[in-house]
Design a protein around this ligand. Structure first.
Ligand SMILES: [Zn+2]
Length: 384
């Protein structure tokens, strides 16, 4: 289910890597060792190209990591939790648990990433000129690799600062417009639309390059398409957040959910209990009455029939530590943001004594949105 490999933690933030990045890593190693370095220094040995190429590729990924970690560190300093950092086909993503409370914080979290990349570019450039004595041999290959790293970081910094959400520059644009207009929603909508325009532009340029130059243009088409989709999703998310701004968790949640004993076996649940209920997720309580996690029909389905007898619900549950917790009086958009990062897309609702009073699932939200639409249709019809 989870396609990510866990790499460890930095400053308490888990770092993960999607399998797709391995392909990119191999491509970059190959490009450096087989094309770029031999192109500059045709007389060195293949082993030198490959050792320098692989080390430079690792340093390139370390640069990507530094970019994302800088976002995470500044987000945390501004009171924004960071769920995790994941690397995939198009670089890194820092998943934030909430949104910045002020335009200033929004700006700082966004701008630090490209700034870090540009500082790294300067560092690699300085190292390249330090080692460059005009001679040949292995040292010259290393200097070229350092120069390549400097350029890659320049590209990374410049591309990310383009004013098109979801790129960092789009966030900077959002912060700027938010400060000027005093309205976060309209600022975020403009930034997302700029992202869509930029996505279309990349697709068109990519097609032209594909026709004029060759296969490399397809990369821009993919990148543009991805940006377009992400920017469209962002715009509709902004609209949904806005329409739900005055809705509270208690309005949407399923109150007093049915709970199960965490020691119950999957066999017992399936054969004797489930036919009485109609929900898709169930909180689990331990012998002492404490919450121990949440199990879903999806998780139950993954247990093979032969293992149901020996598997307790606790064994397949999502642990409490990974589930977002909402409060009944909290605005629902804030909880929605945290739910996106949770493994099952669900949240517990606890009262001020930390007693379970409800759960929120994606279907609760869909039901609520549907109800709002029906009610507004009713109002429009009566007005006519
Ligand atoms: Zn960034």
């Amino acid at each position: 289910m989870d396609q990510n490999i866990r790499l460890g933690k930095i400053d308490g933030v888990p770092i993960g890597m999607n399998w797709s990045i391995l392909v990119i890593f191999c491509l970059i190693c190959w490009e450096l060792a087989d094309l770029v370095l031999p192109g500059y220094h045709p007389n060195d040995s293949t082993s030198v190209y490959w050792v320098v190429g692989v080390v430079a590729s690792v340093l390139f990924f370390a640069s990507l990591l530094a970019h994302e970690v800088s976002h995470a560190v500044i987000a945390k300093r501004n009171g924004i939790g960071v769920r995790r950092i994941t690397f995939w086909l198009f670089g890194g993503v820092s998943e934030l648990e909430s949104e910045a409370l002020t335009p200033g914080a929004d700006f700082r979290v966004a701008v630090v990433g490209p700034a870090t990349s540009l500082v790294l570019a300067g560092l690699f450039g300085a190292l390249a000129s330090l080692f460059n004595h005009g001679g040949g041999g292995t040292q010259a290959v290393i200097v070229s690799a350092l120069g390549w790293l400097a350029w890659m970081n320049v590209l990374l910094g410049v591309f990310n600062i383009l004013p098109a959400a979801p790129l960092d520059g789009g966030r900077v644009l959002r912060a700027y417009l938010w400060q000027r207009r005093g309205d976060r929603v309209s600022a975020a909508t403009t930034a997302a639309r700029a992202g869509q325009a930029f996505g279309y532009l990349l697709v068109v340029l990519g097609v032209l390059e594909f026709l004029a130059v060759g296969i490399f243009g397809l990369w821009f088409v993919f990148l543009g398409w991805f940006l377009l989709m992400a920017a469209q999703a962002e715009e509709s998310q902004v609209a949904m957040r806005n329409s739900l701004a005055n809705v509270h968790v208690r309005d949407v949640m399923t109150p007093d959910p049915t709970t199960f004993d965490s020691q119950t076996t999957v066999a017992d649940l399936v054969d004797n209990q489930l036919h009485r209920y109609r929900f898709s997720s169930y909180p689990l309580v331990g012998p002492d009455g404490r919450l121990e996690g949440l199990t879903t029909m999806g998780r139950v389905r993954h247990v093979p029939a032969s293992q149901r007898q020996g598997t307790r619900l606790k064994d397949i549950a999502c642990p409490v530590s990974e589930l977002p917790v909402g409060r009944p009086g909290e605005p629902i958009p804030d909880l929605l943001q945290r739910m996106q990062a949770s493994p099952d897309g669900r949240a517990f609702v606890l009262d001020e004594n930390d007693r379970l009073v409800g759960i929120v699932s994606p279907s609760d939200i869909a039901r609520y949105v549907q109800l709002c639409m029906l009610q507004s249709q009713g109002r429009t019809a009566r007005r006519r």
